[in-house]
Design a protein around this ligand. Structure first.
Ligand code: NAG
Length: 343
């Protein structure tokens, strides 16, 4: 039957959208404070860098000028490279004292240093500072690069840092093929305050940081950033609205109204679920918009687009008599739908 066919496909479309939304939400909500590093490596501070889905974990000992880092980023292509650098002389790429991690032709991971003296000259070799314990691993499409650095005391406690991801290597010698030139690739620079933990982009916005009170070995997780808190609120509001109230309201309309005894209670329940679901959905949508604004061009576009689609459908469903969408066959109930919504 046409009507029930369209009911079923609308329900499937709905479930599909909600599941997709939840999945992108989960993959998007990973922050540095919840990341696990291998071999129980622990760092005192971490930052969700504002560009290129990258993360920096570090421990700085000012008495020794020593800096242990873990830099995590997805390479632009599976056989690509990731790079993190300190630039002691300038704010961009030129002058960067760079660590690069990539997969070698034998499949093992390596970390190399590059003295970048111009856009053309990315020279594999010695850099300004001592680096040891360089290692890298490739996990689920993401490269994790580790190193211990001794910074020249002249660098101070706030340094310019730069990070980048590239698609591939030119050859076996570690010559890199150039990275992309999207806005994220150009703006992946910032100031890293080794003591306070701030490591955002040059614009000051974006990256959230967290500091753990770890001394030695205890695995306390970092303070929850306000961005993460907002993400959680956004997630809970939307889960209650899209994941509970709307489906319950729909189930009531679809199955409960066939029982004489449930008439007209099912309808009020239905309207209650849809309206409160929608109200909570609006709140969830508002937190989502705020998160989107903060992310400024960076973020999960798929998640945003699904959210917009779902919200548009829901708005239509609430402001239009549901009968138009669901082609209810019951004329009597159709009328009461209309009346109750108007009154
Ligand atoms: C890096 O290159 C610059 C410019 O050629 C040079 O002055 C500097 O000494 C180099 N650094 C190292 C550690 O070799």
């Amino acid at each position: 039957m046409a009507a029930s066919d369209s009911n079923t496909s609308i329900i499937f479309l709905y479930i599909f959208l909600v599941v997709l939304l939840l999945q992108t939400q989960i993959s998007n909500s990973l922050t540095c404070s919840s990341q696990k590093l291998s071999k129980n490596k622990l760092y005192k501070q971490c930052s969700d860098l504002p560009k290129l889905d990258s993360y920096l974990h570090w421990t700085y000992d000012s008495s020794k000028s020593s800096l242990d880092i873990a830099f995590i980023a997805p390479p632009a292509k599976p056989d690509g490279w990731i790079a993190w650098a300190i630039n002691p002389t300038s704010t961009g790429m030129v002058g960067s004292q760079t660590l690069v991690a990539y997969k070698q032709s034998d499949g093992s991971m390596t970390v190399k240093t590059y003295n970048i003296t111009s856009y053309k000259d990315v020279l594999l070799g010695k850099i300004d500072f001592q680096v040891s314990k360089m290692e890298a691993e490739y996990v689920d499409g993401v490269i994790k690069m580790y190193a211990s650095i001794v910074l020249p005391p002249t660098y101070g406690k706030v340094v310019n840092h730069v990070w980048q991801v590239g698609p591939s290597l030119k050859n076996e010698n570690g010559d890199l093929n150039v990275h992309g030139f999207a806005a994220d690739n150009i703006n992946s620079v910032g100031k890293l305050d080794l003591m306070s933990g701030s490591a955002g982009g040059s614009s000051g916005g974006g990256g959230s940081t967290s500091t753990t009170s770890t001394s030695s070995g205890s695995a306390k997780s970092g303070g929850i950033s306000s961005k993460l808190k907002k993400k959680n609120i956004h997630g809970v509001l939307n889960a209650v609205s899209w994941g509970m109230l709307f489906p319950i309201g729909a189930v009531i309309a679809r199955y409960l109204r066939v029982f004489e005894a449930a008439d007209p209670a099912w309808f009020y329940l239905h309207v209650f679920c849809q309206l409160s679901g929608y109200a909570i959905g609006v709140a969830g949508w508002a937190t989502g918009l705020q998160l989107g604004k903060q992310a400024q061009g960076f973020g999960n576009t798929l998640h945003r687009n699904i959210g917009i689609t779902l919200f548009t459908f829901a708005t239509l469903q609430v402001i239009t008599p549901p009968t138009i969408f669901f082609s209810f066959r019951d004329q009597h109930l159709m009328r009461s739908d209309f009346l109750t919504l108007i009154v």
